[in-house]
Design a protein around this ligand. Structure first.
Ligand code: ATP
Length: 236
């Protein structure tokens, strides 16, 4: 298996945020984790990148156990995360924000090419190249955060609620961009979303997380039709 989480538990003091979850991802696929506030979605992504310590279980990426590695080592294996709330550098230009994504790389020509690739996906960023990151609109900041993650040339991209706070037409654009990047760059994606409609539309497989447990796991095209999902996540 390309990527696998086995029986993962995470505890914060007295809170059991993840109660033994199992997730698998095949290379080149998009999977999504949907769930209400506090279900454990962000914690799952942080467990993958090593930002929270797991209590028990194992995480494997390309035949290597990664839950024992420090976060920077996980990044160097090709796993990049776009955190919730974007976290771009507000006082740096768009260009410098993008270059920060490539700070582990030394291949100058390739970095230039990848910046052009990011502009192909998000032309707005090219128009705003010299503008300070913090003065971009919410949607533009989200594009910048995704663009910056792509500049690390990841194999596996973890996206934490990319549609948060965006207008419906922008949610759709972000969804389309994720699909195109997935296809063209052969990028595998784990997408955390409260916007279940968009997430299930663009993913191969979906997991429903409720208070630290996976309660449903199905191909997304089937999950969209599931009564429980329709009632609680797609508004009936
Ligand atoms: P949301 O959609 O609201 O972002 P989520 O599904 O991403 O929610 P998590 O952020 O993973 O949820 O949180 C899972 C549970 O763990 C919640 O009950 C949360 O309060 C708790 N939690 C998260 N981080 C910490 C922390 N650093 N210390 C203590 N409890 C935490």
């Amino acid at each position: 298996m390309y990527f696998e989480m086995k029986d993962i538990e995470v505890n914060y003091d007295h809170i059991r945020a993840l109660k033994g979850i199992n997730i698998t991802l095949e290379k080149g696929n998009i999977i999504t984790l949907i769930g209400a506030n506090g279900a454990g979605k962000t914690t799952t992504l942080k467990a993958i990148t090593g930002l929270v310590k797991i209590g028990s279980g194992e995480i494997w990426f390309k035949d290597q156990r990664i839950d024992v590695l420090p976060p920077q080592k996980v990044v160097s294996l090709g796993i990049a995360m776009v955190p919730e709330g974007r976290h771009i550098y507000p006082f740096m230009s768009v260009k410098d924000n993008l270059l920060m994504g490539a700070f582990l790389r030394r291949d100058g020509q390739e970095i230039k090419k990848d910046m052009e690739m990011v502009f192909d996906y998000f032309p707005r960023l090219k128009e705003r190249l010299r503008q300070q990151g913090g003065t971009l609109s919410g949607g533009e900041q989200q594009m910048l955060a995704i663009g910056r993650a792509l500049m690390a040339r990841p194999e596996l991209l973890l996206l934490d609620e990319p549609s948060l706070g965006l207008a419906p037409n922008l949610v759709q654009r972000i969804g389309e961009a994720i699909t195109v990047i997935n296809e063209q760059e052969k990028l595998s994606v784990i997408l955390v979303e409260q916007n279940a409609k968009m997430a299930l539309k663009i993913s191969n497989k979906g997991y429903v997380l409720e208070t630290g447990n996976i309660v449903l796991e199905q191909e997304s095209k089937d999950l969209i039709k599931n009564d429980h999902v329709r009632k609680f996540y797609l508004g009936g």
